[in-house]
Design a protein around this ligand. Structure first.
Ligand SMILES: Nc1nc2c(c(=O)[nH]1)N[C@H]1C(S)=C(S)[C@@H](COP(=O)(O)O)O[C@H]1N2
Ligand SMILES: [Mo]
Length: 302
């Protein structure tokens, strides 16, 4: 086993979307070359220069409760998920609501590679080279109305393909939300791939949110609905346990989870004896996003 396993090695056939995404991303980064050239990690101004986790780590240690609660369940069960055809309903306070085929959403978007830290609320972290585009570009396209204050997201409900949904472990669908200014921030992306390839299903294919300054659970996977709303939406983990999880869920080493410290984290793959690393305010993105919360007490708005 000299060769490193690529996602395409375990995907039966290169999907047309994969090819187009790679071409579009290569174009966006000013690269020329063969259609299936791997995209090299050319850091965007928002990318961390930390070493990304391996594809294997990123695609075998997952939280995706629709497929079960064990970290290995998503990799074991997600291959059953049908991700093509796929569409996203855009609803609520927008000028152009409707059901948008994924194909249509991706038309003309500027795909980029964004290497982000993902800090799970369970106090582990990873570094992931996502392929995605800014959520604000989609919101601008559908026309957000002035009365909209929040964005609500929902994941697919399909218990036939998602064995975790056959149990009431969560109140399905999985739901998340952002305040409109958070959703419009250039760090907030919709990701459609990673490591220069189509998104592994266990990571939230075909389209998932990534909000790098918030705990991982805000980054909702396999999105089928985006609603612009006036009131703060109900979100899965707040519904589950409002004492332990807040709507904002900004990574904050100064505010512990009631059952464990958030001051440090374990980087996946760094080895059992590796020193824990200090968790940074806003997961290291304070310079970009702290201003969004000026005047808020983040121990109250946790
Ligand atoms: N639909 C859905 N999205 C989800 C989850 C989930 O259970 N269901 N888990 C969240 C949590 S807790 C984390 S840490 C991240 C993990 O993303 P990754 O598996 O791609 O690393 O996905 C988030 N998105
Ligand atoms: Mo998480």
């Amino acid at each position: 086993m000299a060769r490193k396993l690529g996602w395409s090695d375990v995907t039966p056939k290169a999907h047309w979307l994969n090819r187009r995404q790679i071409l579009a991303a290569a174009g966006a980064m000013g690269l020329a070359g063969p259609a299936f050239a791997r995209i090299e990690a050319k850091p965007s101004r928002f990318s961390t220069d930390e070493k990304p986790n391996t594809l294997e780590e990123i695609s075998t240690y997952n939280n995706f409760y629709e497929f079960g609660t064990d970290k290995g369940d998503p990799a074991r069960h997600a291959s059953a998920l049908t991700t093509d055809p796929w569409s996203v309903e855009i609803a609520g306070l927008v000028d152009r609501p409707g059901r948008y085929p994924l194909d249509d959403i991706l038309k003309g978007v500027a795909l980029e590679e964004r290497i982000y830290r993902l800090r799970c609320v369970e106090a582990w972290s990873m570094v992931v080279p996502w392929i995605g585009f800014e959520l604000r570009s989609l919101l601008d396209r559908v026309g957000v109305q002035p009365s909209a204050k929040f964005v609500a997201f929902e994941t697919l409900v399909r218990p036939e393909e998602m064995p975790g949904q056959r149990s009431p472990i969560l109140d399905w669908p999985y739901r998340e939300g952002l305040r409109l200014d958070e959703a419009m921030h250039p760090l907030t992306i919709l990701a459609t791939g990673l490591y220069g390839e189509e998104m592994p299903k266990q990571n939230g294919a075909p389209i998932r949110l990534v909000v790098p300054w918030k705990y991982g659970f805000k980054s909702i996977k396999s999105i089928v609905k985006i609603s612009l709303v006036e009131k703060m939406p109900e979100t899965t983990w707040v519904m589950q346990n409002p004492r332990e999880y807040g709507f904002y869920s900004n990574v904050n080493p100064a505010v512990d989870h009631p059952r464990w410290s958030q001051a440090s984290e374990r980087r996946i793959g760094s080895g059992f004896f590796a020193r824990r690393i200090d968790t940074q305010p806003f997961n290291g993105y304070a310079e970009e996003v702290a201003g969004l919360y000026a005047g808020q007490d983040l121990a109250v708005d946790f």
